[in-house]
Design a protein around this ligand. Structure first.
Ligand SMILES: [Zn+2]
Length: 275
């Protein structure tokens, strides 16, 4: 994906949600807000589906800044907000795809003219991309900053597969709903990196759950876009690193030896998330 393509795709995504392109990109840069979820996947691998809503990830403490931007410069209104995870009976659980551990608050905004929906998600850590690496599969581990498109597992995204990021034997209901949504659109999950590369080196292959990844490593696809964005990529936290959770050993000697539930972790600016 070359720069011009990335630029066009990001511009059409942002304009498609009736946001003022240049002002919004400037706001994203200033506040450290990123786009993730199906919108970011659509930019990285277009053609499968158009995102029904836009997921904006705001760093801890930036909910009010994003609220002011939306209220003052767009036709979006706040529908409701409450701490995550939701407990209200009958609420639309499952709308947000993410594993709750990286998330503090989810807010819903609706555009009174276009009817478009924006989910504003405040992350627990100070760098918004931290929540991305708690998502349930690697094919949604993509994000867009004010100047850069980032895809953590590009070769898998291209093949429409992802590793399942959980240690749980039984997949939680919310995660199963997300899986169903993406399976219906051609994305499948793999239980271990052996299903991707049978002879990979565990703990060394950048597509193995046993390997600790860094956002600046050789597997991550990072594309600078935008005419006025300067020449520097903005990764929010270039030191961001993570290790996926997994349920099985990549190379097991027998069926009995296969199960090996292990939690994952994300480390950003000295703070850690794990599940
Ligand atoms: Zn492995």
């Amino acid at each position: 994906m070359v720069k011009a393509h990335a630029n066009n795709r990001v511009a059409s995504l942002i304009k498609g949600f009736t946001l003022p392109l240049e002002e919004f990109l400037q706001f994203m840069k200033g506040a450290g807000v990123v786009i993730s979820g199906s919108g970011a996947l659509h930019v990285v691998q277009p053609g499968h589906f158009h995102p029904a809503d836009l997921d904006l990830y705001a760093p801890f403490g930036y909910l009010e800044a994003i609220h002011r931007f939306l209220i003052e410069t767009t036709q979006y209104i706040l529908v409701f907000d409450e701490p995550y995870p939701r407990s209200r009976p009958g609420s639309n659980a499952g709308q947000v795809n993410e594993n709750p551990t990286g998330i503090r608050v989810v807010r819903y905004y609706v555009n009174t003219l276009s009817g478009k929906v924006i989910n504003v998600i405040e992350t627990r850590l100070a760098a918004a991309p931290s929540a991305v690496f708690m998502f349930y599969s690697t094919y949604v581990m993509n994000f867009i900053t004010g100047s850069t498109v980032v895809c953590a597992y590009p070769l898998m995204v291209e093949r429409h597969v992802g590793l399942l990021n959980t240690y749980r034997e039984r997949i939680p209901y919310k995660m199963a709903r997300c899986l169903k949504k993406y399976v219906g659109r051609g994305f499948a999950v793999l239980d271990s990196a052996s299903d991707w590369q049978p002879d990979h080196k565990c703990g060394e292959s950048l597509y193995c759950a046993e390997t600790t990844r860094v956002i600046t490593d050789g597997a991550t696809l990072r594309i600078l876009f935008g005419e006025n964005g300067g020449r520097e990529q903005d990764l929010i936290d270039p030191g961001l690193r993570w290790k996926l959770a997994s349920r099985f050993r990549c190379h097991s000697l027998s069926e009995a030896d296969k199960s090996f539930p292990r939690s994952g972790m994300v480390v950003s600016r000295g703070s850690a998330l794990s599940e």
